[in-house]
Design a protein around this ligand. Structure first.
Ligand code: PMP
Length: 397
Protein backbone atom coordinates (compact mmCIF):
# COMPACT_ATOMS: atom_id res chain seq x y z
CA UNK A 1 0.00 0.00 0.00
CA UNK A 2 2.73 2.42 0.98
CA UNK A 3 5.49 1.33 -1.39
CA UNK A 4 4.68 4.10 -3.87
CA UNK A 5 4.82 6.93 -1.29
CA UNK A 6 7.76 9.15 -2.27
CA UNK A 7 10.14 10.49 0.36
CA UNK A 8 9.40 14.17 1.11
CA UNK A 9 12.29 16.60 1.47
CA UNK A 10 13.22 17.65 5.00
CA UNK A 11 11.65 20.91 6.24
CA UNK A 12 13.97 23.75 5.16
CA UNK A 13 14.29 25.09 8.72
CA UNK A 14 13.68 22.09 10.99
CA UNK A 15 15.80 19.93 8.64
CA UNK A 16 18.77 22.17 9.42
CA UNK A 17 18.36 21.47 13.13
CA UNK A 18 18.74 17.76 12.39
CA UNK A 19 21.86 18.42 10.30
CA UNK A 20 23.30 20.61 13.06
CA UNK A 21 22.78 17.87 15.65
CA UNK A 22 24.41 15.29 13.38
CA UNK A 23 27.38 17.58 12.55
CA UNK A 24 30.58 16.38 14.22
CA UNK A 25 32.67 19.51 13.59
CA UNK A 26 34.33 20.88 16.71
CA UNK A 27 33.19 24.42 15.93
CA UNK A 28 29.55 24.56 14.86
CA UNK A 29 26.83 27.14 15.36
CA UNK A 30 23.07 26.79 14.94
CA UNK A 31 21.55 30.02 13.65
CA UNK A 32 18.69 28.32 11.81
CA UNK A 33 15.68 28.02 14.06
CA UNK A 34 13.98 30.99 15.73
CA UNK A 35 14.21 29.89 19.33
CA UNK A 36 15.78 31.87 22.17
CA UNK A 37 19.10 30.66 23.56
CA UNK A 38 21.00 31.85 26.63
CA UNK A 39 24.44 33.45 26.51
CA UNK A 40 25.71 29.88 27.02
CA UNK A 41 23.79 28.72 23.96
CA UNK A 42 21.20 26.74 25.93
CA UNK A 43 17.37 26.74 25.67
CA UNK A 44 15.80 28.81 28.46
CA UNK A 45 12.72 28.08 30.53
CA UNK A 46 11.60 31.53 31.66
CA UNK A 47 11.67 31.68 35.49
CA UNK A 48 8.12 33.10 35.44
CA UNK A 49 7.03 30.05 33.42
CA UNK A 50 8.81 27.62 35.79
CA UNK A 51 7.12 29.32 38.76
CA UNK A 52 3.68 29.35 37.11
CA UNK A 53 4.06 25.73 36.07
CA UNK A 54 4.61 24.66 39.70
CA UNK A 55 1.47 26.54 40.69
CA UNK A 56 -0.51 24.98 37.84
CA UNK A 57 0.59 21.46 38.74
CA UNK A 58 -0.38 21.87 42.38
CA UNK A 59 -3.67 23.62 41.57
CA UNK A 60 -6.33 21.22 42.81
CA UNK A 61 -9.01 23.07 40.85
CA UNK A 62 -7.42 21.97 37.56
CA UNK A 63 -8.30 18.51 36.30
CA UNK A 64 -7.47 16.79 33.03
CA UNK A 65 -10.93 17.12 31.49
CA UNK A 66 -11.35 18.47 27.96
CA UNK A 67 -11.17 22.22 27.63
CA UNK A 68 -14.00 23.98 25.75
CA UNK A 69 -13.58 23.98 21.94
CA UNK A 70 -12.44 27.62 21.99
CA UNK A 71 -10.45 27.36 25.22
CA UNK A 72 -11.54 28.44 28.71
CA UNK A 73 -13.69 31.57 28.67
CA UNK A 74 -11.91 33.00 31.74
CA UNK A 75 -8.51 32.68 30.04
CA UNK A 76 -9.51 34.98 27.18
CA UNK A 77 -9.52 38.44 28.72
CA UNK A 78 -5.89 38.41 29.99
CA UNK A 79 -4.59 37.47 26.53
CA UNK A 80 -6.88 40.00 24.82
CA UNK A 81 -5.45 42.67 27.14
CA UNK A 82 -1.98 42.15 25.64
CA UNK A 83 -3.39 43.61 22.41
CA UNK A 84 -6.70 45.41 22.95
CA UNK A 85 -7.94 48.24 25.19
CA UNK A 86 -10.62 47.49 27.79
CA UNK A 87 -13.40 49.24 25.86
CA UNK A 88 -12.79 47.08 22.79
CA UNK A 89 -12.86 43.92 24.91
CA UNK A 90 -16.00 45.08 26.74
CA UNK A 91 -17.74 45.86 23.45
CA UNK A 92 -18.01 42.12 22.72
CA UNK A 93 -16.71 42.71 19.18
CA UNK A 94 -13.87 40.21 19.57
CA UNK A 95 -14.16 36.55 18.66
CA UNK A 96 -11.32 34.87 20.57
CA UNK A 97 -10.32 31.23 20.26
CA UNK A 98 -7.42 29.42 21.93
CA UNK A 99 -5.49 27.61 19.22
CA UNK A 100 -2.35 25.57 18.56
CA UNK A 101 0.21 28.37 18.76
CA UNK A 102 0.75 30.68 15.78
CA UNK A 103 0.72 27.99 13.10
CA UNK A 104 -2.50 26.42 14.36
CA UNK A 105 -4.14 29.84 14.59
CA UNK A 106 -3.16 30.63 10.99
CA UNK A 107 -4.39 27.23 9.90
CA UNK A 108 -7.89 27.86 11.35
CA UNK A 109 -7.96 31.40 9.97
CA UNK A 110 -7.06 30.05 6.51
CA UNK A 111 -9.95 27.60 6.70
CA UNK A 112 -12.24 30.35 7.89
CA UNK A 113 -11.23 32.57 4.94
CA UNK A 114 -12.06 29.72 2.59
CA UNK A 115 -15.41 29.25 4.31
CA UNK A 116 -16.12 32.99 3.87
CA UNK A 117 -15.55 32.68 0.14
CA UNK A 118 -12.23 34.57 0.09
CA UNK A 119 -10.17 33.41 -2.87
CA UNK A 120 -6.80 35.07 -2.50
CA UNK A 121 -4.21 35.78 0.19
CA UNK A 122 -1.25 38.11 -0.32
CA UNK A 123 1.86 37.77 1.80
CA UNK A 124 5.07 39.80 1.94
CA UNK A 125 8.02 38.86 -0.25
CA UNK A 126 9.82 37.28 1.54
CA UNK A 127 7.96 35.76 4.45
CA UNK A 128 8.15 32.86 6.89
CA UNK A 129 8.42 29.77 4.68
CA UNK A 130 5.34 28.09 6.13
CA UNK A 131 2.96 30.94 5.28
CA UNK A 132 2.27 30.12 1.60
CA UNK A 133 1.78 26.42 2.37
CA UNK A 134 -0.73 27.11 5.14
CA UNK A 135 -3.00 29.10 2.84
CA UNK A 136 -2.52 26.87 -0.19
CA UNK A 137 -3.41 23.88 1.97
CA UNK A 138 -6.77 25.58 2.62
CA UNK A 139 -7.18 25.79 -1.18
CA UNK A 140 -6.67 29.55 -1.28
CA UNK A 141 -4.64 31.26 -3.94
CA UNK A 142 -1.45 32.74 -2.54
CA UNK A 143 0.59 35.55 -4.05
CA UNK A 144 3.23 37.99 -2.83
CA UNK A 145 3.51 41.76 -2.53
CA UNK A 146 6.93 43.49 -2.55
CA UNK A 147 8.47 43.95 0.91
CA UNK A 148 12.27 43.66 0.98
CA UNK A 149 14.51 46.14 -0.78
CA UNK A 150 17.83 44.44 -1.46
CA UNK A 151 19.89 47.59 -2.17
CA UNK A 152 18.91 49.42 1.01
CA UNK A 153 18.48 46.20 2.98
CA UNK A 154 15.28 47.80 4.24
CA UNK A 155 11.58 48.03 3.44
CA UNK A 156 10.44 48.54 -0.15
CA UNK A 157 7.56 50.70 1.04
CA UNK A 158 6.69 52.18 -2.35
CA UNK A 159 6.68 48.72 -3.88
CA UNK A 160 4.52 47.43 -1.06
CA UNK A 161 1.90 50.14 -1.47
CA UNK A 162 1.92 49.74 -5.25
CA UNK A 163 1.42 46.01 -4.70
CA UNK A 164 -1.50 46.68 -2.38
CA UNK A 165 -3.11 48.91 -5.02
CA UNK A 166 -3.26 45.86 -7.29
CA UNK A 167 -5.16 43.73 -4.78
CA UNK A 168 -8.87 43.17 -5.27
CA UNK A 169 -11.64 43.99 -2.86
CA UNK A 170 -12.09 41.11 -0.44
CA UNK A 171 -8.54 39.78 -0.81
CA UNK A 172 -6.74 38.96 2.42
CA UNK A 173 -3.43 40.70 3.15
CA UNK A 174 -1.06 38.95 5.53
CA UNK A 175 1.06 41.35 7.58
CA UNK A 176 3.62 40.62 10.29
CA UNK A 177 2.49 42.82 13.17
CA UNK A 178 6.04 43.21 14.53
CA UNK A 179 9.57 41.89 13.94
CA UNK A 180 9.09 40.66 10.39
CA UNK A 181 10.47 37.19 9.77
CA UNK A 182 12.88 36.76 7.99
CA UNK A 183 13.95 40.36 7.30
CA UNK A 184 13.80 42.00 10.75
CA UNK A 185 12.45 45.08 8.92
CA UNK A 186 9.15 46.65 10.00
CA UNK A 187 7.21 49.64 8.64
CA UNK A 188 7.58 52.86 10.64
CA UNK A 189 4.52 54.13 12.58
CA UNK A 190 3.77 56.56 9.70
CA UNK A 191 4.08 53.81 7.14
CA UNK A 192 1.70 51.63 9.17
CA UNK A 193 -0.84 54.47 9.02
CA UNK A 194 -0.64 54.46 5.24
CA UNK A 195 -0.95 50.66 5.17
CA UNK A 196 -4.13 50.83 7.27
CA UNK A 197 -5.49 53.55 4.98
CA UNK A 198 -4.83 51.49 1.84
CA UNK A 199 -6.41 48.41 3.46
CA UNK A 200 -9.51 50.54 3.97
CA UNK A 201 -9.53 52.04 0.48
CA UNK A 202 -8.99 48.70 -1.23
CA UNK A 203 -11.43 46.94 1.15
CA UNK A 204 -8.89 44.26 2.04
CA UNK A 205 -9.14 41.76 4.87
CA UNK A 206 -6.07 42.22 7.06
CA UNK A 207 -4.52 39.29 8.88
CA UNK A 208 -1.87 40.27 11.41
CA UNK A 209 0.57 37.53 12.32
CA UNK A 210 1.73 38.33 15.85
CA UNK A 211 4.52 35.87 16.62
CA UNK A 212 7.04 38.22 18.28
CA UNK A 213 5.24 40.81 20.43
CA UNK A 214 7.69 42.01 23.08
CA UNK A 215 10.63 40.50 21.26
CA UNK A 216 11.51 43.50 19.14
CA UNK A 217 11.69 46.20 21.79
CA UNK A 218 11.00 44.33 25.03
CA UNK A 219 7.92 46.56 25.33
CA UNK A 220 4.56 44.94 24.61
CA UNK A 221 2.81 48.24 23.90
CA UNK A 222 5.47 49.46 21.48
CA UNK A 223 5.49 46.12 19.69
CA UNK A 224 1.69 46.19 19.65
CA UNK A 225 1.51 49.49 17.75
CA UNK A 226 0.23 48.11 14.44
CA UNK A 227 -2.43 46.02 16.16
CA UNK A 228 -3.72 49.06 18.06
CA UNK A 229 -3.78 51.08 14.87
CA UNK A 230 -5.85 48.46 13.06
CA UNK A 231 -8.17 48.13 16.07
CA UNK A 232 -8.94 51.84 16.13
CA UNK A 233 -9.24 52.12 12.34
CA UNK A 234 -12.72 50.62 12.33
CA UNK A 235 -11.51 47.78 10.09
CA UNK A 236 -12.49 44.20 10.73
CA UNK A 237 -9.45 41.92 10.81
CA UNK A 238 -7.78 38.78 12.14
CA UNK A 239 -4.88 38.34 14.54
CA UNK A 240 -2.89 35.12 15.02
CA UNK A 241 -1.23 35.46 18.43
CA UNK A 242 1.61 33.07 19.28
CA UNK A 243 3.09 32.59 22.75
CA UNK A 244 5.92 30.39 21.49
CA UNK A 245 8.63 33.05 21.54
CA UNK A 246 7.52 35.64 24.07
CA UNK A 247 6.74 33.07 26.79
CA UNK A 248 9.31 30.55 25.53
CA UNK A 249 6.46 28.02 25.35
CA UNK A 250 7.40 26.65 21.93
CA UNK A 251 6.50 23.01 22.61
CA UNK A 252 3.31 23.73 24.54
CA UNK A 253 1.58 24.99 21.36
CA UNK A 254 -0.24 27.89 22.91
CA UNK A 255 -1.69 30.83 21.03
CA UNK A 256 -4.96 32.58 20.26
CA UNK A 257 -7.02 33.69 17.28
CA UNK A 258 -8.69 37.08 17.65
CA UNK A 259 -11.19 38.33 15.10
CA UNK A 260 -12.06 42.00 15.50
CA UNK A 261 -15.61 42.41 14.20
CA UNK A 262 -17.79 45.46 13.64
CA UNK A 263 -20.49 44.26 16.04
CA UNK A 264 -21.09 41.84 18.88
CA UNK A 265 -23.53 39.88 16.72
CA UNK A 266 -20.90 39.44 14.03
CA UNK A 267 -18.32 38.36 16.66
CA UNK A 268 -20.74 35.79 18.11
CA UNK A 269 -21.41 34.35 14.65
CA UNK A 270 -17.68 34.27 13.79
CA UNK A 271 -16.93 32.50 17.07
CA UNK A 272 -19.61 29.89 16.40
CA UNK A 273 -18.11 29.13 12.96
CA UNK A 274 -14.53 29.07 14.24
CA UNK A 275 -15.61 26.52 16.83
CA UNK A 276 -16.84 24.24 14.06
CA UNK A 277 -13.46 24.47 12.34
CA UNK A 278 -11.63 23.65 15.60
CA UNK A 279 -14.03 20.83 16.50
CA UNK A 280 -13.46 19.13 13.17
CA UNK A 281 -9.71 19.72 13.14
CA UNK A 282 -8.65 18.73 16.67
CA UNK A 283 -11.76 19.04 18.84
CA UNK A 284 -10.33 21.14 21.67
CA UNK A 285 -7.03 22.80 22.55
CA UNK A 286 -4.38 21.68 25.07
CA UNK A 287 -4.69 22.95 28.61
CA UNK A 288 -1.21 23.07 30.11
CA UNK A 289 0.32 25.99 28.20
CA UNK A 290 -2.91 27.96 28.45
CA UNK A 291 -2.97 27.48 32.23
CA UNK A 292 0.66 28.64 32.52
CA UNK A 293 0.03 31.78 30.47
CA UNK A 294 -3.10 32.51 32.47
CA UNK A 295 -1.29 32.05 35.79
CA UNK A 296 1.42 34.50 34.73
CA UNK A 297 -0.96 37.11 33.37
CA UNK A 298 -3.26 37.00 36.41
CA UNK A 299 -0.57 36.90 39.12
CA UNK A 300 0.89 40.43 39.37
CA UNK A 301 4.30 39.31 40.70
CA UNK A 302 4.65 36.73 37.91
CA UNK A 303 3.52 39.20 35.26
CA UNK A 304 6.15 41.66 36.43
CA UNK A 305 8.76 38.92 36.30
CA UNK A 306 7.72 37.95 32.78
CA UNK A 307 7.85 41.55 31.51
CA UNK A 308 11.41 41.82 32.86
CA UNK A 309 12.33 38.52 31.19
CA UNK A 310 11.02 39.86 27.89
CA UNK A 311 13.23 42.92 28.22
CA UNK A 312 16.13 40.69 29.18
CA UNK A 313 15.72 38.45 26.10
CA UNK A 314 15.30 41.31 23.66
CA UNK A 315 18.28 43.16 25.17
CA UNK A 316 20.53 40.12 24.88
CA UNK A 317 19.60 39.84 21.21
CA UNK A 318 20.16 43.52 20.70
CA UNK A 319 23.63 43.23 22.35
CA UNK A 320 24.45 40.45 19.91
CA UNK A 321 23.49 42.71 17.01
CA UNK A 322 25.97 45.30 18.23
CA UNK A 323 28.65 42.66 18.82
CA UNK A 324 28.21 41.03 15.40
CA UNK A 325 28.21 44.30 13.49
CA UNK A 326 31.25 45.51 15.46
CA UNK A 327 33.17 42.31 14.78
CA UNK A 328 32.36 42.34 11.04
CA UNK A 329 33.21 46.02 10.64
CA UNK A 330 36.45 45.56 12.61
CA UNK A 331 37.55 43.09 9.93
CA UNK A 332 36.76 45.57 7.18
CA UNK A 333 34.46 43.05 5.51
CA UNK A 334 33.30 44.45 2.14
CA UNK A 335 29.78 45.91 2.12
CA UNK A 336 27.71 47.85 4.63
CA UNK A 337 26.63 46.22 7.89
CA UNK A 338 24.38 48.80 9.53
CA UNK A 339 21.39 46.57 8.72
CA UNK A 340 22.58 44.13 11.40
CA UNK A 341 21.75 46.70 14.10
CA UNK A 342 18.92 48.45 12.18
CA UNK A 343 16.87 45.27 11.89
CA UNK A 344 14.83 44.13 14.87
CA UNK A 345 13.46 41.01 16.48
CA UNK A 346 14.88 37.55 16.35
CA UNK A 347 16.41 37.55 12.88
CA UNK A 348 18.92 39.33 10.71
CA UNK A 349 18.55 39.07 6.97
CA UNK A 350 22.28 39.17 6.29
CA UNK A 351 22.18 39.74 2.55
CA UNK A 352 24.57 36.81 2.02
CA UNK A 353 24.08 35.18 -1.36
CA UNK A 354 23.06 31.54 -1.83
CA UNK A 355 26.67 30.53 -2.57
CA UNK A 356 27.96 32.39 0.46
CA UNK A 357 25.35 30.63 2.62
CA UNK A 358 26.47 27.27 1.23
CA UNK A 359 30.03 28.07 2.37
CA UNK A 360 28.79 29.17 5.79
CA UNK A 361 27.07 25.82 6.25
CA UNK A 362 29.41 23.40 4.49
CA UNK A 363 32.79 24.92 5.31
CA UNK A 364 32.24 26.74 8.60
CA UNK A 365 29.37 24.61 10.02
CA UNK A 366 27.25 27.68 10.70
CA UNK A 367 23.71 26.49 10.09
CA UNK A 368 21.40 29.15 8.60
CA UNK A 369 18.53 29.23 6.10
CA UNK A 370 19.27 29.43 2.37
CA UNK A 371 17.81 32.96 2.13
CA UNK A 372 20.64 34.32 4.30
CA UNK A 373 18.60 34.64 7.49
CA UNK A 374 20.33 34.10 10.83
CA UNK A 375 18.67 33.77 14.22
CA UNK A 376 20.33 36.33 16.48
CA UNK A 377 19.25 34.28 19.51
CA UNK A 378 21.77 31.62 18.47
CA UNK A 379 24.66 34.07 18.86
CA UNK A 380 26.52 34.47 22.13
CA UNK A 381 29.81 35.95 23.35
CA UNK A 382 31.45 32.56 22.77
CA UNK A 383 30.61 32.26 19.07
CA UNK A 384 30.02 35.77 17.70
CA UNK A 385 33.68 36.27 16.65
CA UNK A 386 33.73 32.93 14.86
CA UNK A 387 30.52 33.84 13.01
CA UNK A 388 31.91 37.27 12.03
CA UNK A 389 35.17 35.69 10.85
CA UNK A 390 33.24 33.17 8.76
CA UNK A 391 30.98 35.85 7.23
CA UNK A 392 34.14 37.78 6.36
CA UNK A 393 35.67 34.78 4.61
CA UNK A 394 32.41 33.93 2.81
CA UNK A 395 31.97 37.51 1.54
CA UNK A 396 35.58 37.81 0.36
CA UNK A 397 35.12 34.52 -1.53
N1 PMP B 1 4.50 33.36 12.21
C1 PMP B 1 5.78 33.69 12.09
C2 PMP B 1 6.13 34.92 11.33
C3 PMP B 1 6.78 32.90 12.65
O1 PMP B 1 8.05 33.25 12.52
C4 PMP B 1 6.40 31.74 13.36
C5 PMP B 1 7.43 30.85 13.99
N2 PMP B 1 8.61 30.71 13.39
C6 PMP B 1 5.05 31.44 13.46
C7 PMP B 1 4.12 32.26 12.89
C8 PMP B 1 4.48 30.24 14.16
O2 PMP B 1 5.08 29.81 15.28
P1 PMP B 1 4.38 28.85 16.31
O3 PMP B 1 3.44 27.97 15.56
O4 PMP B 1 5.51 28.10 16.92
O5 PMP B 1 3.67 29.72 17.27
Amino acid sequence: IFASVPQAPADPILGLVGRFKACTAEKKVNLSVGAYRTAEGKPWILPSVAEAEKMVISDTKLDKEYQPIDGKAEYKRPVQELIFDADVIDSGCLATVQALSGTGSLQCIAQFLKFMGVTKVWGPNPTWGNHPKIFQRALLEYDMYPYWHQESRGLDFEGMIAGMQKMNEGDCILLHSVAHNPTGVDPTPEQWQTIVQVCKERRLIPLLDNAYQGYASGDLAKDGYAQKLFTHSGLEFFIAQSFAKNFGLYGERIGYIHVKCASKDAADAVLSQMKIIVRQAYSSPPQHGAAIVNKILTTPALKEMWLKELTFMSSRISDMRTALRGAIEAKGTPGTWNHVTDQIGMFTFTGLTKDQVVRMVEEFHIYMTADGRISMAGLNPGNVDYVAESIDKAVRG
